[in-house]
Design a protein around this ligand. Structure first.
Ligand code: SF4
Length: 277
């Protein structure tokens, strides 16, 4: 299986953008708002530590998240922003050792999360495009992204990502058009396919960008170069399905879908433990 995230000049980003809870200071378990509607048994206010966070920033119920109904935690992925933000804020301490700086540390995490999410897509986009002009634009955006992250935490209050996000979205749109034009003229982006049964359909090259695919059935579908950029695939059935050549998938999307040990994924994504246990 070709590893799209590692077979290019940004090979080292595959590890960099992977969640590493051991070097994290529990930022996601404290800073984020958790809602019942997002797969948590109860709401939790932003900035409040989860009751199950232990003194070493580990999760007391890690092996029982499903049993305890913490689906949101199983699906969550920070794109490596947790360890990056923890490292960037090291001189300030952590939210726990330096409560006065907690808000600034949380804000840093939130912004680095957004930067890393965009970085994730840019690295794949770089690999996908055959257009040298686009490759240069992506290179520039990746450099810009790194420069912005390195200015944290001191630059935190002044960071506005809207202009940068617009540039990233424009490039990703161009890549999506390039891919779907070369693979298939059919586009499904932004559509609602809640519970849709696609079973065994040929969906090669389809563009599902930002589509709602909750509980859709993809069993046995052909999904080569199928674009899942920002699509909501919670509870989608991908059992016995080959997603290895699908594009713009994230670990968070995969964690929220319903696969099994026969599901094939792109080499840069991990099979969720729940699929094999
Ligand atoms: S249940 Fe565990 S992983 Fe989820 S927020 Fe609490 S401590 Fe973090």
């Amino acid at each position: 299986m070709t590893n799209k995230k590692t077979n290019n000049k940004y090979a080292d980003y595959a590890e960099k953008l992977k969640i590493d809870c051991k070097n994290f200071s529990g930022l996601c378990c404290v800073s984020l708002y958790c809602a019942k509607t997002d797969g948590f048994p109860a709401n939790k206010a932003a900035g409040t530590p989860c009751a199950y966070l232990d003194s070493d920033y580990g999760c007391n119920i890690h092996s029982k998240l499903s049993e305890k109904n913490y689906k949101g935690c199983i699906a969550y992925d920070c794109f490596g922003a947790g360890q990056r933000a923890t490292k960037l804020c090291l001189s300030k301490g952590t939210w726990k050792t330096n409560p006065k700086q907690a808000d600034m540390i949380f804000d840093t995490f939130m912004i680095v999360f957004q930067l890393h999410q965009m970085l994730w897509y840019l690295v794949e986009a770089f690999q996908l495009t055959t257009d040298n002009h686009l490759k240069l634009s992506i290179d520039k955006l990746i450099k810009e992204n790194e420069q912005m992250s390195d200015l944290f935490p001191d630059n935190c209050p002044n960071t506005d990502l809207s202009e940068y996000r617009l540039k990233v979205n424009t490039v990703l749109k161009q890549i999506s058009n390039e891919i779907s034009t070369s693979a298939s003229a059919d586009k499904h982006s932004g559509m609602m396919y809640l519970g849709k049964n696609f079973k065994k359909a040929n969906l090669d090259g389809k563009d599902f960008t930002m589509s709602l695919l909750i509980a859709a059935n993809f069993t046995g579908c052909s999904l080569k170069k199928t674009n899942f950029l920002g699509a909501d695939i919670r509870d989608a059935n991908v059992q016995d399905t080959d997603l290895s050549e699908s594009i713009f998938l994230t670990q968070m999307q995969i964690n929220s879908a319903n696969g099994n040990k026969n599901t094939k994924l792109p080499g840069y994504l991990n099979i969720p433990i729940s699929w094999i246990s």
